[in-house]
Design a protein around this ligand. Structure first.
Ligand SMILES: Cc1cc2nc3c(=O)[nH]c(=O)nc-3n(C[C@H](O)[C@H](O)[C@H](O)COP(=O)(O)OP(=O)(O)OC[C@H]3O[C@@H](n4cnc5c(N)ncnc54)[C@H](O)[C@@H]3O)c2cc1C
Length: 853
């Protein structure tokens, strides 16, 4: 029972004087009112920050209102404060009563929402729904649960897989001569094809029961990465039958008969597959294909059967010129209603032997920088029986869904492996070359100007590999994260481009002059290939990553969309739940952004201690800021956001770097926190956080509604902009790792082919090691004789230094070998005009060093 007291009878210790003398202390009273105001605001903020469920929050506010009313007898509690607590409680009660909020809000919004939602075609819906959702949902939540991530196992491959990498893959790398393949033969030589077949490399994803290797995604990626570090043509030739194509589709959707027929043949390389989706008209918009198959009856093996009459004109198809079986995507039409009422049955996939009458293959395109088999395929009035449809008649019209599902995982494996391989090669070769190559008597790597690109290569490569490894762990555990796969494809191929651009600059003329001594040029030339295939990068960044991510990974959006599309009456209830869930999510992220901003991230805890703890907090902070901004954009633009690709692209960058930063932190833990890797970790994380900040600012500066961006910026960055690009000190430390022999450098480039031969890359490894070994002796000579050792004077200086006891005979030998090895590395190829212009003999032959390359 509440007691009533006459005014002035309150006896609270700290507030006694105020209560005793209500008129006497107006200033003190104002201060107390401000304090109470802050208590009220903080209580509401904490409820939102901690995401307290509505009912619990309501109970807390009711309890507080009653409590404060009781306590007013003990000390001063302003009546407005109790009243305000009560109002908040009433609002929360209103929101907790589903029938009331439906009547007042959600049922009214239901039809508005339904009208505003853009219609989705079936192909758009299938693309959106393909695959699953994993860590990206945590990033969209604004409150990533780090412990779940840290519980994931470290990447690992089995002994059998490792033996395969060390055996046949190593051997294939040794056999693959980049210059000969690309410039002399302009194709993969037969002995390499035979070796690939013999070791069943076309069957990496095919289970052992069908005669394949049955490797994990981790091993599959490691194999492609190693091959790509030696020769891209070899890597792509091995990669394509193992990525999105006939084997993958058969495994998931094929009939048992199709599996039994094709999988053993594909594994042994008796069949060479290609998969033809792209046509002249339909490039990025592949679902708009005009290649058709009309349901009809025709002759097959002497019988009249139901099937399709196909006409197609596809281009850019890898392996098509040599394929024995063509995987084909076409639009199935049934004008005569032989299969039912529908005339347009949708995209369908079939496997067609290349020898079928009317099929045309054989011609080649010449992709830039690589000579893998690629070309057009055409078909004119080709009749195929229904049993050639992948999965049989019941899969007619499901081709797009099948392709999108396969892409959801496949995109994270092959091209990202090629991308990381490029980064590792750039790191390894640029670090070595910058140590070997001297200008102004100093290895160029010690100039700050070269330190910058070296640091970028090192930091990016560490981060790219971290992303590759963690995503593969998820795939091997059965996840199919379609948005993360798109992120990997986009970001790791872009990262490759950035690393190779920097590597070319560091190498100067050495990178430009082609010939057997050049280990960079082909990869550099071929960069646009991985940028363009499996979803061209601009489209992937601007349309897919955030567009699909927002719908799939957002905790409420898909549920809202599903509810408004559902014609059943109970859909309104589901909509109400999703809508209020969404509102709570938005408000919570608004509050979290503000509180994490005001506390500079300290309001949240890190799951680890030590040098990376602050990064966990900052990523949590930026995750809340991202979730808040994403919702603001979605609320303001509705369905139109998919046409605002500049905003969507920037938000994609934020999501990408939130994910990359996550993977860096996990990698550091997986490798037992090696302290010497901290420069790489810091570079990668500082760069990611800075990119996140700048891209968020870009979104806020271009907000569709004036003023909102400025307000949101104040909420997210109340104390100013917290992140800076990696410092010069960090950059120097990363560059030094690349310029020296260390465990850190080895970890960074682990998994690429390291040539032990006297070929272009083998020479660089030898010279690099010798240059480091000879450093001390060369410094001693320079200090004693006041002259720097160069290719021209080393013999004279070495002799003099030995005679005067400055260096030992052993050191003299090292200096001589180092100088000779370095000289061999910096040499480039020369050709006679006849050789280049091709009128002496067919094919190019280098004028120098037949043993090289
Ligand atoms: C070497 C090579 C091998 C290939 N192998 C195969 C294969 O084996 N099988 C197969 O089926 N296909 C293959 N392809 C085709 C490849 O998938 C396509 O090239 C790719 O889908 C892009 O189509 P496009 O080249 O016609 O470019 P376009 O679709 O014309 O695109 C041109 C540019 O516009 C951008 N763009 C398009 N739409 C949008 C949008 N909405 N928003 C923003 N930007 C947009 C793209 O990102 C790109 O930058 C291969 C291509 C090459 C070059």
């Amino acid at each position: 029972m509440m007691k009533t007291h006459p005014p002035g009878a309150h006896v609270g210790a700290g507030f006694r004087s105020l209560n005793d003398n209500q008129n006497g202390a107006p200033q003190q009273r104002t201060r107390m009112d401000i304090l109470y105001f802050l208590i009220l605001i903080l209580t509401v903020l904490m409820l939102a920050y901690k995401r307290i469920p509505l009912l619990v929050a309501m109970a807390i506010m009711v309890g507080l209102t009653v409590g404060w009313t009781e306590l007013r007898h003990l000390f001063y509690v302003p009546s407005w404060f109790r009243f305000a607590n009560g109002i908040v409680a009433v609002i929360l009660i209103g929101f907790s009563l589903t029938p009331l909020r439906r009547l007042l809000i959600s049922d009214r919004l239901f039809s508005v929402y339904r009208k505003a939602l853009p219609a989705l075609s079936s192909t758009e819906r299938e693309a959106l729904e393909a695959g699953g959702v994993w860590w990206e949902a945590e990033l969209f939540s604004g409150r990533p649960r780090w412990r779940n991530l840290l519980k994931m196992p470290a990447p690992a491959i089995s002994e059998r897989e490792q033996a395969f990498l060390d055996g046949p893959v190593e051997e294939l790398c040794r056999m693959a001569n980049d210059w000969e393949i690309c410039d002399k033969h302009r194709r993969l030589p037969d002995r390499l094809w035979d070796f690939i077949r013999e070791h069943r490399m076309f069957g990496m994803i095919i289970p052992q029961e069908y005669g394949g290797l049955g490797f994990s995604a981790q091993a599959h990626s490691a194999i492609v990465m190693k091959l790509a570090s030696r020769n891209l043509t070899t890597a792509i030739t091995v990669m394509v039958p193992n990525s999105l194509g006939p084997a993958e589709l058969l495994l998931h959707y094929g009939t048992e008969e199709q599996k039994q027929h094709y999988l053993p043949r594909l594994a042994k390389g008796e069949e060479v597959p290609c998969f033809a989706l792209t046509s002249e008209i339909a490039g990025s918009d592949a679902a708009a294909m005009t290649d058709t198959g009309v349901v009809c009856k025709g002759q097959h093996e002497g019988r009249e059967v139901l099937g399709f009459r196909l006409n197609w004109n596809k281009r850019y198809i890898t392996l098509a010129p040599v394929a024995t079986v063509v995987g084909l995507a076409f639009r199935a039409l049934d004008p005569d209603g032989l299969l039912g009422d529908r005339k347009d049955l949708g995209i369908t996939c079939a496997l067609i032997p290349a020898s079928t009458p009317g099929v045309e293959t054989g011609k080649r395109h010449m992709p830039v920088g690589a000579v893998f088999m690629n070309g057009p395929t055409r078909g004119k009035d080709v009749f195929i029986p229904m049993e050639w449809i992948i999965g049989g008649q019941e899969r007619v019209g499901q081709g797009w869904r099948m392709l999108m599902q396969s892409l959801a995982a496949g995109r994270a494996i092959s091209l990202p492996a090629v991308g990381v391989s490029g980064g590792k090669m750039a790191a390894m070769m640029s670090g070595a070359y910058a140590r070997i190559r001297k200008q102004f008597d100093i290895p160029i790597g010690f100039f700050e100007g070269i330190e910058e690109p070296l640091a970028r290569i090192g930091g990016r490569t560490y981060r790219m590999d971290a992303a590759r490894r963690l995503t593969l762990v998820a795939l091997d555990r059965g996840e199919r994260p379609s948005v993360l796969s798109a992120i990997l494809k986009y970001q790791l191929t872009e990262g490759n481009r950035e690393c190779l651009n920097d590597a070319m600059d560091i190498h100067g003329g050495k990178g430009i002059i082609t010939g057997p001594r050049n280990y960079l040029a082909h990869d550099y030339q071929a960069l646009p290939i991985s940028i363009t295939v499996e979803g061209a990068n601009i489209l992937t960044r601007s349309m897919i990553i955030f567009g699909q991510g927002a719908i799939r990974a957002h905790p409420w959006l898909l549920k809202e969309m599903a509810a408004v599309r559902d014609p059943r009456p109970e859909a309104r209830k589901a909509f109400d739940k999703a809508l209020f869930g969404h509102v709570g999510h938005f408000l919570s992220n608004l509050v979290r952004s503000l509180m994490l901003g005001v506390s500079a991230g300290l309001a949240t805890r890190s799951p680890v201690s030590g040098p990376t703890a602050r990064y966990y907090r900052q990523i949590t902070r930026m995750s809340a800021a991202f979730a808040f901004t994403a919702d603001l954009v979605l609320v303001m633009l509705g369905g139109k956001f998919k046409f605002r690709e500049k905003l969507s692209g920037r938000l994609a960058d934020v999501l990408i770097h939130l994910y990359l930063a996550t993977t860096v932190l996990k990698r550091f833990e997986d490798e037992d926190r090696p302290q010497e890797d901290l420069p790489l970790v810091n570079w990668a994380l500082d760069d990611s956080l800075y990119t996140i900040q700048q891209q968020l600012l870009g979104v806020l500066a271009n907000f569709p509604v004036p003023g909102v961006g400025r307000l949101a910026r104040w909420i997210m960055f109340p104390l100013g902009l917290p992140y800076r690009p990696p410092t010069d000190v960090t950059g120097k430390a990363v560059a030094r790792l690349l310029l020296s022999e260390s465990d850190s450098r080895e970890r960074l480039v682990e998994g690429v082919y390291i040539s032990d031969q006297q070929d272009a890359s083998g020479q660089v490894h030898t010279a690099f090691h010798l240059a480091i070994t000879a450093t001390r002796a060369e410094s001693a000579i320079r200090n004693a004789l006041n002259e720097a050792v160069t290719f021209d004077n080393y013999e004279r200086l070495v002799q003099k230094a030995v005679e005067s006891g400055v260096i030992t005979e052993e050191q003299a030998t090292t200096v001589r070998l180092s100088q000779q090895a370095s000289q061999a590395v910096i040499e480039v190829d020369e050709f006679t005009r006849a050789e280049i212009e091709g009128y002496e003999e067919p094919g190019f032959r280098p004028a120098v060093s037949e043993n090289v390359g």
